[in-house]
Design a protein around this ligand. Structure first.
Ligand SMILES: Cc1ncc(COP(=O)(O)O)c(C=O)c1O
Length: 433
């Protein structure tokens, strides 16, 4: 079935391992969590990916979230091609970032000022620096299981016990840097209160993914987020929402708008660039005015506000608005996950599916809503790996880890979702006792 000159995935992966560490340019792509050889894809269109072998898969990874309209949406493609015909990069003032910036401000009034950067990591890194500068404080408080990019100070997990000073998750992050990050369990007011009573006057900011979606989908109680808003205010700390996944995905104002909880500062990425390298950070003007050149906190970027990404992002948001994408995705995801659950039950498969707007996560059976790490049933990695490979045989591609979430796009029509459910029905046969 070969339809190209690339060779097979296996052969390409062998070659790649001589080029990149582990053969990949971002770790999850290596399939370490599910085993086997990563598939090499050569083409994306709508809800589908085509492998170098010429096989077509229904894709629920969607580049880990940016492609809310699916692969190569025709309107976004048109805008990108027009921009390619006009200019690629200026390193100077231009109207394209102004148009996207004004669009964001019109959607999200609490973003009084914003700065475009090229990745979510950069957005969070800048917010960490900004919050420490504006408060003159040392600590950031994050939550166990929340991912905020590979910023040194965010590559930490919980120490043993309730919560406490963190140790590093990655080699090369010094104890001094890791030690400036406090870690609490999600969904745990008591842990946060204790950290504030011990370190309160030194906590610059609390940072959270308001819908944590990097260790499975750990949907928080609204009251927990409101509690974070209150306790940060009481102690003169800032509240940062990392909406790199949820921003422009769960609604026009992200989770902040959906639940009407206003952070001081916010990070966006993924959907904002429609598949190109665009992210942003922003929030209160009095804080953002600390950023250079208005203020003393330095942050810059050669390709920041790259015009191709700006046009892709703006057109993505316009299309989302025009097609009422959030409403459509909400109802499609609810239907899809309900029917998926019925199939898990029919086959007595050891799975449950959680969803939040257009995000979903397949996990082991439990009678609790999973809100923090220790509630994740045992066997997640192994059970998911088995399901993943049986779905691949049915030409359905999920993100290759049981701790990653699935993403629906506007291109996942009811017909595509119906096809996916048929594939699940076939794949789940192997789980019958
Ligand atoms: C919530 C969150 N924050 C930050 C990041 C980092 O973004 P990037 O991969 O663009 O650096 C990610 C990436 O997955 C993310 O999910």
């Amino acid at each position: 079935m070969a339809s190209n000159n690339f060779g097979s995935s296996k052969e390409l992966f062998e070659r790649s391992q001589k080029v990149a560490p582990g053969g990949v340019h971002s770790p999850v792509r290596a399939f370490r969590s599910v085993g086997g050889t990563p598939i090499f894809f050569q083409k994306g269109q709508g809800a589908h990916l085509t492998s170098v072998e010429g096989d077509r898969y229904i894709d629920f990874c969607q580049s880990f979230g940016p492609l809310i309209l699916g692969h190569r949406n025709p309107e976004v493609q048109k805008a990108v091609l027009e921009m390619i015909d006009t200019a690629w990069s200026f390193g100077a003032c231009e109207p394209y970032s102004l148009a996207l910036g004004e669009k964001i401000k019109s959607w999200i009034p609490f973003v009084e000022r914003l700065r475009f950067v090229s990745s979510g990591t950069e957005a969070v890194m800048s917010l960490a620096r900004l919050s420490k500068a504006t408060t003159g404080r040392k600590y950031l408080l994050k939550f166990n299981g929340c991912y905020h990019g590979h910023v040194d100070s965010m590559l930490v997990k919980s120490g043993s016990g309730l919560a406490g000073l963190a140790s590093s998750d990655s080699a090369g992050v010094s104890q001094e840097i890791a030690g400036e990050t406090l870690v609490a369990e999600l969904d745990d007011e008591k842990a946060v209160t204790e950290l504030f009573s011990k370190y309160g006057s030194q906590i610059a900011a609390v940072i959270i993914e308001p819908v944590p979606a990097n260790y499975g989908l750990l949907i928080q109680r609204q009251e927990f987020l409101r509690f974070l808003r209150d306790i940060t205010k009481q102690h003169g700390s800032l509240l940062i929402f990392d909406e790199v996944i949820t921003g422009f995905r769960v609604g026009p104002q992200g989770l902040a708008g959906l639940w009407n909880i206003q952070p001081d500062l916010v990070a966006y990425g993924k959907v904002l660039g429609g598949g190109f390298n665009v992210a942003a950070y922003g929030g209160r003007q009095d804080l953002m005015d600390w950023i250079a050149p208005s203020g003393p906190v330095y942050q810059a970027g050669t390709l920041s506000a790259n015009p191709v990404g700006m046009r892709a992002g703006l057109t993505t948001l316009e299309q989302v608005e025009k097609n009422d994408v959030y409403t459509v995705l909400r109802s499609r995801t609810a239907m899809f996950t309900k029917e998926m659950q019925a199939l898990f039950d029919k086959h007595s498969a050891p799975f449950q599916v959680a969803h939040f707007e257009s995000l979903f996560w397949i996990h082991g059976r439990t009678d609790k809503t999973i809100r923090h790490l220790s509630q994740i049933p045992e066997g997640q990695k192994e059970n998911f790996a088995k399901l993943f490979h049986h779905l691949l045989q049915q030409r359905v591609y999920l993100a290759p880890s049981g701790y990653e979430v699935g993403f629906l796009s506007f291109a996942h029509t009811e017909a595509v979702l119906g096809e996916t459910l048929n594939a699940f029905d076939k794949a789940l046969g192997v789980f019958k006792a």
